[in-house]
Design a protein around this ligand. Structure first.
Ligand code: ADP
Length: 453
């Protein structure tokens, strides 16, 4: 657009410049030829009065050396009859032009025709006609066209180069902005404002985006605050309700009352798990999730957790496929158990109709990898990183299977704090969730220090 506009503007400017130049050349020619016609007229008064056409013709012939561009010249008497004439050698005989009529001059092709009356005692006694060849005009036009074309071409290249520089400057900044937006959308890092660079529209856009991030941050802060307060306030009454229901469950022997109490207990347990998760999220957000580091036998923990998860599921069989030779791990036993339980309960929850969940463990030089495999609905590739985000649930399951999207977020935080990794592999049927824990000897001194503040 910029190049096109420049071409149009330059085209118009050069067009006006050529027309003005040609017109001023023509005007100059008209003025000088009229002056010559006047001089001829003044000098031929006596020749007309004394009927001496020879003297007039001699005078006209002088034109050949003075102004060679005059190709025909003629003097007529008061009746309009030819009195004397001159034609440049090689030109045909003169014909008084009809196109002049009453005009003092006229142009035709590359020729100028001039007519000027011969006056004596305020009386017209004849007329002078000049026919001028404007061969220079053609050259001037040609030269101006060439010059305009070259200038237009140079201007075009310049405007193209400038457009390229401006364009790349604008699009680079826009692309940078879009990439930053994508990154923020992906990582959810609303705390880092984008750098503003200038005062133009793009800088205004960056400002607006930063303002939007501030607003999101603020609303997230309010949400976190609410989650923290609400889960804290719910915890105490819930613990007391659970205590009473457990007591009732022990005391009540009569059916169906006992059945109702057990159902209530089941739901209170669910509620308790949710409140615990919310409390954990709130602790993670405020950086208060503490680890109680100890050395423990991961084999034992795996067996214990599998049987705990197994006792809650009548539909699936959790199979442990190998053992680790009583491997000792350095970590927070309770939190690692929480991760294992969450992954096992997810494996069962998201594989309805299936019967098997497999647990594998592997030890490398530096780390221990635990693998939990199910044959359920799987996780679409494009959502495999998102499911570790807070409140994220895959699109197609969120309506069929209940959940809050908090478990994996908490798992990731626990594992990250142990300097391990958690990830999922899923292609087609089923998914495999992995998590790794570094072995104590492979932790750096800084990491060990951070784990034992
Ligand atoms: P919740 O299960 O309460 O929704 P999680 O944080 O444990 O929360 O899981 C987040 C999301 O990850 C789930 O909503 C589900 O979409 C997906 N997901 C987790 N585990 C599995 C699994 N084993 N198979 C398929 N999808 C899973």
């Amino acid at each position: 657009m910029q190049v096109f506009t420049s071409v149009v503007v330059f085209g118009i400017v050069f067009g006006v410049f050529i027309i003005t130049d040609v017109n001023s050349y023509k005007q100059r020619k008209v003025n000088s030829m009229i002056s010559i016609a006047r001089v001829i007229g003044a000098n031929s008064v006596s020749s007309i009065q004394f009927q001496d056409p020879e003297a007039a013709r001699e005078m006209l012939e002088e034109l050949h050396s003075v102004t060679p561009e005059i190709i025909h010249a003629a003097i007529t008497n008061r009746d309009g009859q030819l009195f004397a004439s001159y034609s440049k050698p090689g030109e045909k005989a003169i014909k008084i032009p009809t196109l002049l009529k009453r005009k003092a001059f006229a142009f035709k092709d590359l020729q100028l025709f001039v007519s000027n009356p011969i006056m004596s005692n305020k009386e017209i006694i004849g007329n002078v006609y000049l026919e001028v060849q404007l061969s220079e005009l053609q050259q001037i036009k040609q030269y101006k066209y060439e010059l305009a074309f070259i200038l237009l071409f140079v201007a075009l290249i310049f405007s193209f180069l400038i457009a390229m520089v401006v364009q790349s400057y604008i699009s680079n900044r826009l692309l940078k902005l879009v990439n930053s937006m994508k990154k923020v959308g992906k990582t959810g890092e609303y705390t880092k404002p984008l750098e503003e660079d200038g005062k133009d529209e793009i800088a205004t856009l960056i400002q607006a985006f930063n303002h939007l991030m501030e607003q999101i941050q603020e609303s997230q802060r309010k949400k976190d605050e609410f989650i923290g307060i609400a889960s804290h306030e719910l915890k105490t009454p819930l613990t007391s309700i659970k205590g009473y229901i457990e007591m009732l469950n022990l005391l009540e022997k009569e059916q169906p009352k006992k059945q109702f109490v057990q159902k209530a207990l089941g739901n209170v347990n669910k509620l308790e798990r949710l409140v615990k998760d919310l409390l954990d999220v709130s602790k993670i957000q405020s950086g208060q999730l503490q680890l109680n580091m100890e050395e423990f036998n991961i084999d034992e923990l795996l067996d214990e957790t599998i049987s705990a998860a197994q006792s809650l599921s009548g539909s699936h069989q959790i199979v442990r496929e190998d053992h680790l030779d009583g491997e000792i791990v350095y970590g927070d036993r309770q939190r690692i158990e929480q991760v294992l339980l969450n992954l096992l309960s997810n494996a069962i929850k998201y594989s309805p109709g299936e019967k098997k969940v497999e647990v594998n463990s592997e030890k490398t030089e530096k780390e221990l990898i635990i693998k939990i495999r199910d044959y359920g609905i799987g996780v679409p590739a494009e959502e495999q990183t998102n499911i570790f985000e807070r409140f994220y649930r895959t699109k197609d399951i969120s309506i069929h299977i209940s959940g809050f999207g908090l478990g994996l977020y908490i798992c990731r935080d626990i594992i990250n704090r142990h300097y391990g990794k958690i990830w999922v592999e899923s292609a087609g049927k089923g998914s495999i969730f992995y998590f790794s824990l570094p072995l104590k000897h492979s932790l750096t001194s800084q990491q060990t220090e951070a784990l034992n503040p």
